[in-house]
Design a binder for this molecule. Structure first.
Ligand code: NAD
Length: 478
């Protein structure tokens, strides 16, 4: 298969695609590694992840540049993605000494009840093109300390970065010594390899990141064999700009969240609800940002917007803009930019789309830099509109009004997995649990207690007395 760079559209390498037999053998090796790895004490498993973090620090510049080459991210975002990998490794090292359960009060005398957490088994990781390396690490760093081997099926659009990460893993494994063969496997190729992970009963947990369409297929299949899935799917993220908002910070946060990464983040800002009293102040300023943003080769200093991943993404953007125009929208920007960089390279001018109401393409995710804007009058209506879409990943409010801010993050507020105040919806830190509700899939990765999805929980009751009292006062004579 060909690996190509969206910067020029050129093929940069030819790679051998894994076969179904290769996939089965890799899962078999990982399954065998599980029997060994689960016996290694968790803090020692953390030592491997510490070494992975060290190797990532040593190779940050190179891996970051590979992310730029293969996913088209600007240099600082490519480097930032590797920094996120380092951060989750640091987090997981600490976690390796904190995989604790509870001691629970028991109703029976001379008994003790406790909850223990055990390694689960092979973790299948399926990832999307737009975070080609970080998403592996959110899963793998946790899985390794939890005692689980990882079989990774990266996006077919970003195979080289996956091979780079595996090479870094191998360096760390060599320094660690005694890592069981098969602890980390990579399957280079297309969707069929993802399906192999989804269908294999030796893979008790499948963490799948990608479109909602993908999750709709993966979720039921994993459930049908009683596997566990962690689904991290599409977003249609919104921000509300209230009358009291600090417009300077709102403008900056909105611009980065909507335009950055060429609109190709799951947390990209796609819908903006602006209070009618400030609409005519904010929207013209946004337009001037849209008009002056530097689009081009992401390796160049000062460029904020790199290429879309491919022609299909560019065509999808065009279709969404046509649909919006037919619904009476006013479109500012959009269209192809930088044609000189290659006929098969697709750069798009970010589009700001003033919608008469929330309808048509505004209610679904188009993975491109389109920001739909509409007015609102009452905060309750803005929150209702923000929640009235299929996806439930990330959301923000810009306000200095404490009642509005608290309402937004309350039970009656945003229904998303991420709800922010006075920052944009994109750019999460690894300390919090990352993921979203509804068609975003419900999975959580990275921080907080996301590690529990990679382990199995057992409730243990121990009787240290000389009788066998039954729970609920049940009696039984023999
Ligand atoms: P995609 O759904 O086309 O592909 C994602 C991965 O799933 C690829 O590795 C692909 O080969 C695999 N795949 C596709 N169908 C499959 C199937 N039926 N069974 C098993 N594997 C299958 O997504 P993409 O275009 O690479 O990425 C963009 C999408 O990912 C956007 O919708 C974006 O919002 C989403 N995303 C979500 C998150 C999150 O954390 N919620 C993060 C990044 C991207």
């Amino acid at each position: 298969m060909a690996a190509r760079s969206p910067i020029t559209g050129e093929v940069v390498a030819e790679l051998r695609e894994a076969s179904a037999e290769d996939a089965s053998a890799a899962i078999g090796r990982a399954h065998a590694a599980f029997a060994e790895w689960r016996k290694v004490p968790a803090p020692r498993r953390g030592e491997l992840v510490r070494l992975i973090g060290e190797e990532l620090r040593a190779h940050k510049a190179d891996l970051g540049r590979l992310v730029t080459l293969e996913a088209g991210k600007v240099i600082s975002e490519g480097q930032g993605e590797v920094q996120e990998m380092i951060d989750i490794c640091d987090y997981a090292v600490g976690l390796s000494r904190q995989l604790f359960g509870l001691t629970i009060a028991t109703e029976r005398p001379e008994h003790r009840m406790m909850e223990t957490w055990h390694p689960l088994g092979v973790c299948g990781v399926i990832t999307a093109f737009n975070f080609p390396v970080a998403v592996w690490s959110w899963n793998a760093a946790l899985a390794f300390v939890c005692g689980d081997p990882v079989v990774w099926k990266p996006s077919e659009k970003t195979p080289l970065t996956a091979l780079g990460v595996q090479a870094i893993f191998e360096k760390a494994a060599q320094r660690f010594g005694g890592v069981p063969a098969g602890l980390s496997e990579v399957l280079i190729g297309g969707r069929a390899l993802g399906e192999a992970l989804v269908d294999d009963h030796r893979v008790p947990v499948v963490s799948a990141t990608g479109s909602t369409a993908m999750g709709r297929q993966v979720g039921p299949k994993v459930a049908a064999r009683f596997g566990r899935s962690i689904l991290e799917l599409g977003g249609n993220n919104a921000a509300i700009v209230a009358p009291s908002a600090d417009l300077e910070i709102a403008l900056r946060a909105i611009a980065f969240a909507a335009i950055g990464t060429a609109g190709q983040r799951c947390t990209t800002l796609r819908r903006l609800f602006v209070h009618e009293s400030i609409y005519d102040q904010l929207v013209p300023r946004l337009k001037s940002v849209y008009g002056s943003v530097k689009i081009g080769d992401p390796r160049e200093q000062g460029v904020l917007v790199g290429p879309l991943i491919d022609k299909a993404a560019f065509d999808g953007m065009g279709r969404a803009l046509d649909e919006a125009r037919a619904l009476g929208a006013t479109v500012f920007g959009g269209g192809r930019a930088q044609e000189g960089l290659g006929t098969d390279a697709y750069y798009a001018a970010p589009a700001l789309v003033e919608m008469p109401s929330q309808t048509g393409p505004m209610v679904r995710e188009t993975f491109a830099p389109i920001l739909y804007v509409t007015r609102y009058a009452a905060i309750e209506d803005a929150i209702a509109m923000q929640n009235d879409v299929g996806a439930g990943l990330s959301s923000s409010i810009f306000t200095l009004n404490m009642r509005e801010a608290e309402l937004f993050v309350s039970d009656e507020g945003s229904d998303c997995g991420i709800a922010n105040v006075n920052i944009g919806p994109s750019g999460a830190e690894i300390g919090g649990a990352f993921g979203g509700e509804k068609e975003t899939g419900g999975g959580r990765e990275a921080g907080s207690d996301a590690w529990k999805a990679y382990m199995r929980r057992a409730t243990n009751t121990v009787n240290y007395g000389k009788t066998v009292p039954l729970a609920q006062g049940v009696t039984f004579e023999i």
